[in-house]
Design a protein around this ligand. Structure first.
Ligand code: NAD
Length: 369
């Protein structure tokens, strides 16, 4: 049986509460013979700052670099509002992303049939939705130089951010999108603003070439990023995989996320380049939500985003697609049974806590194994 080494970084606030439910799911899969999951747990964020005076210790980084996948809960909270900027809890996540060179961010937007009513869009628009947003995470306007505010001779200020992409950066994110489409519905939509941005012209050219040369069987279409935002709320089911730069991806993935309801439901993955020798990618899996200090410690957090993130790790890092399907199906079973945590319950309806939801998913998983 294959053995996997997972680093669990629960972090702050509700992070440890939702991570505890992932451990239960991994135990059940292990006992069913789907793999041996060796887990190591360490500190990150405010918890790491309290222990070591740093948002992530060097020893933790070594573990992260050696792991088959890193599972990350959430960091931050009012307790650390005044710590020095370079040691703020988020610095732990940024260092992980940087040192693992995680350039591709994957955010699925899946609408579970039982939750179609929770969307702000009509049921027919949203029911059965299953799309994937692939966002470039380490380049573009958030990092390009110059990035500065200068004072002009007349006393006015001028602020500059620079959108920069190289051929290599576009090629590698395009390949991630095409590879995903291969095992999905075989369609990629590439978004940019080639009508007004030079970087958009290059983006479109490079994605078109990679599609034609390396993925002739995958349908490729191009949407201007603003039009894509509009189409996402008009008829999102037209999409399969959407690939975007860092800035447009930031916005479009949030739009897509909200199609499906609560923050407590949304998993994500961040992937690095494949290792030349093993083909394995460095990876980090985390829920989209933060540490939710308003409900931390109360056992109220929805663990589905965190469990779904583990599902993505099974699929994209551990080669256990079938186990991932079972986890997704167990989540769908529990939602179909009517069980809800507070964030996804109808007003006035009964809601369960974090452990009850985790236990129900584990029970549904056992039935399917
Ligand atoms: P948040 O995602 O923590 O919470 C927003 C709202 O959604 C809150 O009302 C919260 O109770 C609710 N919520 C979030 N996750 C939930 C879950 N699993 N179940 C039920 N309800 C859930 O965002 P915020 O309030 O803007 O930020 C709180 C802290 O988290 C801040 O310190 C922020 O910097 C940090 N943060 C961290 C990350 C991360 O670690 N990746 C991401 C976003 C925010």
């Amino acid at each position: 049986m294959a053995s996997f080494n997972l680093l669990l970084l629960p972090g702050d606030g509700i992070g440890p509460e939702v991570m505890a439910e992932v451990k239960k799911v991994a135990d059940v899969l292990g006992k069913a013979g789907l793999g041996t999951f060796e887990t190591e747990t360490d500190l990150v964020g405010g918890a790491a700052y309290d222990a070591h005076g740093k948002a992530v210790a060097d020893s933790t980084m070594q573990l992260a670099l050696a792991a088959d996948a890193v599972l990350f809960g959430a960091v931050g909270g009012p307790k650390w509002a005044k710590v020095p900027y370079e040691h703020r809890p988020e610095a732990g996540l940024l260092r992980l992303r940087k040192d693992l060179a995680l350039f591709a961010n994957l955010r699925p937007a899946v609408c579970y049939p039982a939750l179609a009513e929770a969307s702000s869009l009509k049921r027919e628009v949203i029911e059965g939705l299953d799309i994937m947003i692939v966002r470039e995470l380490t380049g573009g306007v958030y990092f390009g130089e110059p990035k500065e505010v200068v004072t002009l001779e007349n006393g006015q200020k001028r602020a500059v951010d620079t959108q920069v992409y190289t051929t290599h950066e576009i090629e590698r994110i395009a390949r991630v999108a095409f590879d995903l489409a291969k095992v999905r519905r075989k369609k990629v939509t590439s978004t940019e603003k080639h009508n007004v941005m030079r970087s958009g012209v290059l983006w479109k050219e490079v994605v078109t070439r990679i599609g034609a040369e390396e993925y002739p069987d995958i349908e490729l279409e191009h949407h201007l990023a603003d039009a894509c935002g509009m189409q996402l709320v008009r008829w999102p089911k037209q999409y399969d995989v959407i690939v975007c730069d860092n800035l447009f991806g930031d916005m479009l993935s949030d739009v897509a996320a909200m199609l499906t309801g609560s923050l407590g439901m949304l998993p994500s993955a961040s992937l690095g380049a494949p290792d030349a020798a093993t083909g394995k990618r460095k990876s980090l899996y985390e829920p989209v939500h933060g540490s939710a200090p308003d409900i931390a410690g109360q056992g109220l957090a929805n663990p589905i985003a965190m469990i779904g993130s583990f599902g993505m790790a099974l699929r994209y890092s551990l080669g256990l697609g079938q186990a991932a399907d079972l986890v997704d199906a167990a989540i769908a079973d529990v939602l179909a049974s009517g069980m809800r945590t507070r964030d996804i319950a109808a007003k006035g309806a009964n809601a369960v806590g974090t452990t009850e939801m985790g236990d129900a998913i584990v029970a549904a998983l056992r039935k399917r194994l």
